[in-house]
Write a protein that binds this ligand. Structure first.
Ligand SMILES: *[C@@H]1O[C@H](CO)[C@@H](O)[C@H](O)[C@H]1NC(C)=O
Ligand SMILES: *[C@@H]1O[C@H](CO)[C@@H](O)[C@H](O)[C@H]1NC(C)=O
Ligand SMILES: *[C@@H]1O[C@H](CO)[C@@H](O)[C@H](O)[C@H]1NC(C)=O
Length: 447
């Protein structure tokens, strides 16, 4: 039986979904157990996929859930274990190498920064953060301005913005559109039944006129905006079996759409030419987990499960750079607005910056303690926003190659983080993830 047929009667009654958490016990009583097993893994915990395999989910989809969404890093050593190690004398080391800090004269461990000085510097930084006229390094402060709790009935996998709206997509079938012009972020449109099995990727063009979405059923849809309302303009039916198309990106003007596939191919379609495929790039066959198109539309970058990162040139139709990739899966790639840098991140927990023209790695930003799922450049290219498995969102200063703000309001995975259109002089961003809420942040005006 096809997965879609199996799921559709249960997935679509909106009521079943929207009350799912509160009434899971009720649903257990009213629907067949095997369907519970199937739906639960798909919608709530991406872990229990074996249950779904048993009843014949297309194996490629199962594999995707296994490898992509089962984002459970290795267990940390428990406190009990740690204590036992310490009790057994294994964790303790004598601190022998001590010296005096040359700056403040306090005794400190050799080869580490002096804790006294670090504290002083930290205090200075904190003072500096309230002074916007100060030049040089400073941390930034963002305040939560609004949260749409339970925006979606399941994990929010993707957020995408336009100059006036934020679109969101989740494991349920609808895409939601909220207005960003109003501080309350009111719902302005619901694209119902956009993808029956839910949506795993959603993106918008920079000019805000075109959106694209990929469903768990394998469908790839293009949407267009007119007077603030979205409607489906096209469905790209190429070879899309479930899982065939994974990550997607649109060019700034919405003309080009690029997508990765599970077998490592990168396809590019031209929206103006009736969605004709204009490019098909080959890689070494590792799952394409992330993709981006440069603002000028000339370059397409892809990040892969095996850590590989490639940049393709649209003009020549060829591979431009095979970058020194990351050690582990690359779950996000993003070109800077000026097109000079490419940022890449994922299971290595670091963000690598590459020079696009030379293909050289120019920086590694460290600080996240968990897998990174999402990256977004600010409009000016000064800041990079990242979101991670442990619920932390970070803002990085590109000039200073350092983290200037960390937000940890949730411990649930952040699948997507996005800068918001600038209103006034303050920059803000939105986050969405496993806790099903969309949260909005604005930079605090210091002074
Ligand atoms: C902010 O920084 C500038 C330049 O360093 C300094 O002149 C000014 O006094 C500072 N203002 C406050 C409120 O600390
Ligand atoms: C990309 O390549 C196609 C096919 O050669 C061409 O028509 C198009 O103009 C190119 N786009 C850009 C932005 O260079
Ligand atoms: C979800 O996480 C956001 C931060 O990303 C937080 O502001 C919000 O309160 C959380 N909502 C719930 C219901 O836990």
């Amino acid at each position: 039986m096809a997965l879609r047929q199996l799921l559709s009667p249960l997935l679509f009654p909106a009521a079943t979904l929207s009350t799912s958490t509160a009434s899971s016990s009720i649903r257990l009583r009213t629907s067949p157990l095997f369907l519970q097993q199937l739906i639960q893994p798909l919608l709530y915990t991406p872990i229990a996929i074996p249950a779904a395999i048993r009843i014949g989910v297309p194996s490629i989809l199962a594999e995707i859930w296994e490898s992509i969404l089962r984002a459970v890093p290795k267990k940390k050593t428990s406190h009990r274990k740690k204590r036992q190690r310490f009790l057994a004398g294994k964790g303790l080391k004598d601190v022998t190498a001590l010296n005096k800090c040359s700056a403040c004269g306090n005794v400190k461990k050799a080869h580490v920064l002096c804790p006294f000085c670090v504290n002083d510097i930290r205090k200075l930084w904190n003072r500096g953060s309230h002074n916007n006229s100060q030049s040089g390094f400073q941390s930034k402060q963002y305040l939560t301005t609004h949260t749409i709790d339970h925006a979606h009935p399941t994990d929010i996998y993707a957020l995408a913005t336009t100059p006036t709206q934020i679109l969101s997509a989740s494991g349920s079938s609808s895409i939601l559109v909220h207005s960003t012009n109003d501080p309350e972020f009111p719902l302005s449109q619901t694209l119902e039944k956009a993808h029956k099995l839910g949506v795993h990727h959603l993106t918008t063009s920079r000019n805000g006129k075109v959106a694209a979405s990929v469903g768990f059923g394998g469908e790839l849809k293009i949407w267009s905006e007119e007077d603030g309302k979205w409607s489906q303009s096209r469905e790209i039916v190429d070879s899309n079996k479930p899982g065939e198309i994974w990550a997607i990106a649109l060019s700034a003007d919405g003309q080009y759409l690029a997508a990765t596939s599970s077998d490592g191919r990168i396809n590019v379609w031209d929206n103006l030419a009736d969605g004709a495929k204009i490019r098909e790039f080959e890689t070494k066959g590792s799952f394409g987990m992330s993709i981006d198109i440069s603002v000028d539309g000339r370059f397409t970058a892809s990040g892969h499960e095996n850590g590989g990162i490639y940049i393709f040139n649209n003009d020549t139709g060829r591979l431009f750079h095979s970058l020194p990739g990351l050690v582990r899966s690359v779950r996000a790639v993003a070109f800077s607005p000026g097109g000079k840098l490419l940022a890449a991140a994922g299971e290595s927990k670091v963000i690598a910056l590459y020079d696009v023209s030379s293909g050289e790695q120019v920086a590694i930003l460290t600080g996240h303690g968990a897998w990174i799922f999402s990256l977004d450049w600010s409009d000016t290219g000064e800041y990079l926003l990242s979101g991670a498995f442990d619920g932390k969102a970070k803002v990085w200063s590109i000039d200073h190659r350092t983290c200037v703000a960390t937000h940890a309001e949730t411990e649930k995975t952040l699948w997507s983080v996005n800068w918001l259109p600038k209103t006034g002089r303050n920059e803000g961003f939105a986050t969405g993830g496993s806790n099903r809420s969309i949260s909005f942040y604005r930079e605090a005006t210091g002074g």
